[in-house]
Design a protein around this ligand. Structure first.
Ligand code: ZN
Length: 616
C-alpha cells in the first residue's frame, strides 16, 4: 500500500482513528459518546487502578474484536447492511474508548506502578480527536468530523468541462507533461478543499477543549505524546532528523529543478529558487517518482521484474507464499492455517470489496489476515511483504496484555515490512528465487536508486511541514485567517516548492490532504521511513554484509531473525528506545542509515549538480 493511508493493522489505535471519522449516523447509535461520570475517587468503594485497567482491557478487547469482525465483513462484501453493521460496531468502540480515556485521566499516574502508568497513558491517547465532556459540544465535534470526512471524500472540481475527483486528478497529474494542464489540476483540487476550512477551524477549537480535559495542552501535544518522550523533545528530534536528511533532499531538489527547467524552459521553471509544486507529478509534491522519465538523463537498464514474475509462473498465492517464506527463513513460525482460509487474496468476481491493501488481526490474537486484490506485479509483490510485516508483528506480541499489543510507537508498524522488502526486492533475492535468471545483467544501479529516492525522499520535508503546521494550528498560534499564508511559508521553507500562481489568502490548501481532513498524524510516516533503513542497516551488519546497503539481503539469517523477534515481541510494553536498542544497538531514530543507503546516488547527484546554484 502507499504510505499515505493509515493501514488498518491490528490493535485498537488505528481502528479507533478510523472509527472517529466514520459515519456516525447508524440507526440506534448515539451520535455523540456520553461522558462517563465514573471517577475512581467518587464512589464509596473506589475502583483500584489495577481493577480499572483489567476492566478496560477486557472491554476494549471485546469491542475491538466485534468492530474488527464487522469491518472485515464490510470490507470484503460492501452492501448497505454491512455498512450499517460496521458503522454500529465502530461507534460502540469509539464511545467506549472515550469513556475509558476520561476514566484513565482521572487517576493519579504518579501513584501507579510503571506498567499501570504506561497503560493509563495509552488509554488517554485512545482517540486522536478528543471531544469535550459537554455533550452538546461533543455532538458538534462529531458532526464536524463526519462533515470533514465526507466533504473530503466527495471533493470534485471542474476540469475541462468534466467533474473530476481526486483520484482522477492524481492520475492525470502523474502523467501530464503540459504545465498548464498540471496547474489546472493542482489548483482545481485546492479550490475544492476550501469548503473544509470553517469546519476545520471549529473542530480545532473543540478538540483543544477535549485535549485539555484529558490533561494535554492541545491536540498537537496529545499526538506528540506517542513517542515516549516529552512533546517538546519530539519536535526537537524532528528538527534534528530533518537537518541530517536535508542535504540528500537538497541534492535531489537541485537536480530535479535543473531537469524540469531544461524540459519546460526557464519561464516555466526557473533554474534557481523553489520548484513549481504542480510539475512534480504528485498532488502534494511528496513523491516525485512519476516524473522519473524527466529527471533521469538516460534509459535505465534493469531487469523487468513484472515480466519475469509472469514468465516464472507466479500467481497471487505464490507471491504470498514466497513472501511468507522470507519471514520463515528468518525463523518466524509459518502463518497459521486460518490465515490461508480467511484472507482475501484476489478480487472476488461476485461482489464489491475494498481493494486497499491492509493487514488485520481479527481477534486481537492469532487470527491474522491479509486483504488485497493481488495482481502479479513487482509493486504488488513488495506490498505483500509490507503487509505481512504487520501480520508477523501482530503475532510476535500476542502474549502481551491487550493494551501493549501494538507497535513500539506509531512508526514501527509501518517500518517492519518495508525493512524486509528492502532485502526481498534486491536483484540477488529475485535470482535466488529463480524469478530472474542467474545470468541476467544487474542493470543500472544509479537509475534504480534515483527512482527509489524520488519515490521516498520528498515525503520527509512534506511530513515536517504538515505536522509543524498542524501543531501550530492546534496550539492556537495560527488563526484561521492565516491558515494559507502560514502553510505556504512552511512548505517553502521545508519542501522548497511554490504554487504556480499566488494562492488566495482565504484558501485552505493544507486541507487538500487526506490526513488533515481525517486528523491522521503524519510524522509517524517519517519515523517509519527512518526505522526502515535503520533496521536494514543493523540487520545487514549482523549478517556481516560487505558492500553497498542497497544490495544487501538478510534472507535466511537466523541471528537477525532472533533479534528481530525479540524486538517485535515487546509490542508497546516498553519505551520505543528500548525496542529499537534491542535490535539496532541505538536507542534513537537515526537518519544516518537512510543517508548511507542513498550514498551512491547522492554522490552522483552532487557531481551532476556541479555549477548549479542549489538551494531555494
Ligand atoms: Zn502498512
Amino acid at each position: 500500500m502507499t504510505i499515505q493511508r493509515p493501514s488498518r493493522n491490528s490493535a485498537a489505535l488505528r481502528c479507533i482513528v478510523l472509527a472517529m471519522a466514520a459515519n456516525l449516523s447508524a440507526p440506534g447509535i448515539a451520535a455523540a459518546p456520553t461522558a462517563s461520570p465514573a471517577s475512581p475517587s467518587g464512589a464509596s468503594a473506589p475502583e483500584t487502578v489495577e481493577a480499572f485497567l483489567a476492566r478496560a482491557e477486557g472491554e476494549l478487547d471485546a469491542a475491538t474484536e466485534a468492530s474488527n469482525r464487522a469491518d472485515w465483513v464490510h470490507a470484503t462484501n460492501i452492501t448497505p447492511d454491512t455498512d450499517w453493521l460496521s458503522s454500529a460496531a465502530r461507534n460502540r468502540l469509539a464511545a467506549l474508548s472515550l469513556d475509558l480515556a476520561r476514566e484513565a485521566a482521572a487517576f493519579d499516574p504518579t501513584a501507579a506502578g510503571p506498567v499501570e502508568r504506561r497503560k493509563l497513558d495509552l488509554l488517554r491517547r485512545l482517540t486522536n480527536v478528543p471531544p469535550p465532556a459537554d455533550k452538546r459540544k461533543a455532538a458538534r465535534l462529531s458532526a464536524l468530523q463526519t462533515s470533514l470526512s465526507s466533504n473530503y471524500a466527495t471533493g470534485a472540481f471542474d476540469f475541462q468541462g468534466k467533474a473530476t475527483s481526486l483520484r482522477q486528478a492524481e492520475d492525470l497529474l502523474a502523467k501530464t507533461r503540459d504545465p498548464e494542464q498540471a496547474r489546472l489540476l493542482w489548483e482545481g483540487w485546492r479550490e475544492s478543499a476550501k469548503r473544509l476550512k470553517s469546519d476545520y477551524a471549529e473542530m480545532v477549537d473543540l478538540s483543544r477543549q477535549g485535549a485539555r480535559e484529558l490533561g494535554f495542552a492541545d491536540m498537537g501535544e496529545l499526538w506528540r505524546a506517542g513517542y515516549d518522550r516529552s512533546p517538546s523533545q519530539v519536535e526537537a528530534d524532528l528538527d534534528k532528523d530533518w537537518a541530517a536528511l536535508k542535504p540528500l533532499y537538497a541534492a535531489l531538489h537541485c537536480f530535479t529543478r535543473k531537469r524540469l527547467s531544461e524540459r519546460y524552459g526557464a519561464s516555466v521553471q526557473p533554474r534557481t529558487g523553489p520548484i513549481r509544486a504542480d510539475l512534480l507529478g504528485n498532488m502534494w509534491s511528496q513523491n516525485w517518482g512519476n516524473i522519473f522519465d524527466i529527471v533521469y538523463p538516460g534509459p535505465v537498464e534493469r531487469p523487468d521484474i513484472d515480466k519475469y514474475l509472469l514468465a516464472a509462473g507466479y500467481d497471487p498465492m505464490r507471491m504470498v507464499k514466497t513472501a511468507e517464506g522470507f519471514y520463515v527463513s528468518l525463523g518466524f513460525d509459518p502463518l497459521p492455517a486460518s490465515f490461508w482460509t480467511s484472507s482475501q487474496f484476489v478480487e472476488p468476481a461476485d461482489r464489491a470489496v475494498d481493494c486497499n491493501p491492509s493487514a488485520w488481526t481479527i481477534d486481537n490474537r492469532s487470527d491474522v489476515r491479509l486483504k488485497m486484490c493481488i495482481r502479479v506485479t513487482r509493486a504488488q509483490f513488495r506490498t505483500v511483504y509490507h503487509e505481512l510485516g504487520h501480520d508477523f508483528y501482530n503475532l510476535a506480541y500476542v502474549k502481551q496484555p491487550f493494551l501493549f499489543r501494538r507497535g513500539a510507537d506509531e512508526g514501527f508498524h509501518e517500518g517492519i515490512g518495508d525493512f524486509i522488502a528492502l532485502s526481498a526486492t534486491t536483484l540477488g533475492n529475485y535470482k535466488r528465487l529463480g524469478i530472474v535468471p542467474a545470468d541476467a545483467p544487474g542493470g543500472d544501479d544509479i537509475g534504480q536508486l534515483l527512482q527509489k529516492a524520488l519515490d521516498e525522499v520528498p515525503l520527509l520535508p512534506f511530513a515536517v511541514a504538515l505536522d509543524k503546521w498542524r501543531w501550530s494550528v492546534f496550539a492556537g498560534r495560527i488563526a484561521p485567517d492565516h491558515y494559507n499564508d502560514s502553510w505556504w511559508k512552511l512548505v517553502a521553507e521545508y519542501q522548497g516548492v511554490a504554487p504556480p500562481r499566488p494562492r488566495p489568502a482565504d484558501g485552505f490548501d493544507a486541507g487538500a490532504k487526506y490526513h488533515v481532513a481525517e486528523n491522521v498524524p503524519y510524522i509517524s510516516y517519517l519515523k517509519a521511513r527512518l526505522y526502515q533503513y535503520q533496521f536494514h542497516e543493523a540487520a545487514c551488519h549482523m549478517a556481516k554484509w560487505k558492500g553497498p546497503l542497497h544490495l544487501c539481503s538478510i534472507y535466511g539469517d537466523k541471528e537477525v531473525g532472533t533479534r528481530l523477534r525479540q524486538m517485535l515481541a515487546l509490542g508497546g510494553s516498553r519505551p520505543n528506545s528500548e525496542a529499537l536498542a534491542l535490535f539496532t544497538g541505538s536507542s534513537d531514530a537515526d537518519p544516518r542509515a537512510m543517508l548511507e543507503y542513498y550514498r551512491p546516488v547522492l554522490r552522483w547527484l552532487e557531481k551532476q549538480n556541479g555549477g548549479e546554484r542549489c538551494g531555494w
